[in-house]
Ligand binder design. Structure first.
Ligand SMILES: Cc1cc2nc3c(=O)[nH]c(=O)nc-3n(C[C@H](O)[C@H](O)[C@H](O)COP(=O)(O)O)c2cc1C
Length: 325
């Protein structure tokens, strides 16, 4: 038994699940584990670090995986795209800037071009430049994102795709952490789901146990979209994007005082970096989304994928009870 969608057919994969290319957390081992479990796994190229990227492609071994980048950052060292393409990834997953300058190069290399979007306007741009797959990301998501909710963004973009580019595939991202989320994503008109936070909480993710513990202890209420974490890391993110993390003492101390935090400058950034080095969960951010409230164990990625698919299959087969049936 399997859930067959346009995504599984086009990619030749068993399950309609892509793992999110989570910067620093999604290395080759996680990407390979997801691909070996029947989805498509992604290395989180993030801000771009060539030696790290090479190490992670090696760690993925022979598994067919993709690679993602934070586009505005990759644009500052565009050779990274060539470095990733040299590994013949299954797909390149771009996010957080206009993908137009890169799509032709990706497709000419015989690689699928994926663009994650946060608004309908962004989806129009992704369609216009010929992306193969659009990922509609709702604000529930862990990590960077914007304001729209998965529940309305996905069907709105499904309608747009049906109208303007019916061959383009659509994935939902933001809050998919179990079979209910996967089934819901398909019902909303997506061909598959991108799973971030749930796979961040896997044994293969490059995440310290202290931060895993912080996310396990959290509910969805305990996460917040904010900019404190980026100021602390010295990242110059475009203003429209915020990052959802599990609240901790550090975030609470600076939330609403971001100007003062910028004024505090390098010493404050050093304090944060020291907290990260020590994996101190009162300082370092556990980057997880509202799905934190649905995550109760750190498990191998293959187990997470298998459970998610089995639960979704059961729900889709049974469906909700309809009176008179
Ligand atoms: C720890 C973490 C790091 C992330 N890093 C990136 C990234 O580097 N590039 C990117 O496109 N998306 C990144 N994301 C967002 C994911 O692509 C995806 O939209 C999100 O995880 C989906 O929502 P979920 O966390 O509820 O599953 C990250 C998410 C998390 C949780």
């Amino acid at each position: 038994m399997a859930i067959a969608t346009r995504l599984t057919q086009r990619l030749g994969i068993a399950h309609p699940i892509l793992s999110a290319p989570m910067a620093f957390a999604a290395g080759g081992a996680l990407a390979a584990a997801v691909s070996n479990a029947g989805g498509l796994g992604f290395i989180g190229g993030g801000y771009g670090d060539e030696p790290w990227l090479e190490t992670q492609f090696r760690a993925a071994g022979n598994a067919s995986v993709g690679c993602g980048f934070i586009t505005w950052s990759m644009a500052q060292q565009p050779h990274l795209l060539d470095a990733a393409l040299a590994h013949k990834p299954r797909a390149i997953f771009l996010s957080f800037a206009d993908p137009t300058p890169y799509v032709a190069k990706i497709k000419d290399a015989g690689v699928l071009a994926i663009q994650q979007v946060q608004t309908r306007r962004d989806a129009e741009i992704a369609i216009a430049c010929g992306c193969d797959i659009i990922v509609a990301q709702g604000a529930e998501a862990g990590g960077h994102g914007e304001k729209r909710a998965t529940m309305t963004l996905v069907p709105e973009i499904a309608d747009l795709i049906a109208q303007r580019a019916p061959a383009t595939l659509l994935c939902a991202a933001g809050g998919v952490a179990d079979g209910r989320g996967l089934a819901a994503a398909l019902m909303l008109g997506a061909d598959g789901a991108v799973v971030g936070s749930r796979l961040w909480a896997s044994s293969e993710a490059l995440v310290h146990a202290n931060l895993h513990a912080a996310a396990l202890a959290a509910t969805g209420d305990d996460t917040v979209r904010q900019t404190v974490t980026d100021i602390a890391r010295g990242y110059d993110w475009p203003e429209r994007y915020t990052i959802r993390v599990v609240r901790n003492a550090y975030v609470d101390a600076w939330l609403g005082r971001e100007h003062a935090m910028r004024d505090a400058g390098q010493p404050e950034r050093d304090r944060y970096a020291a907290g990260v080095s020590a994996a101190n969960p009162a300082i370092a951010a556990a980057i997880a989304g509202e799905a934190a409230g649905l995550i109760h164990a750190i498990e191998p990625a293959g187990v997470i994928v298998a459970k998610m698919v089995a639960e979704a299959e059961g729900l889709l087969r049974r469906g909700p009870k309809i009176a008179g049936r």
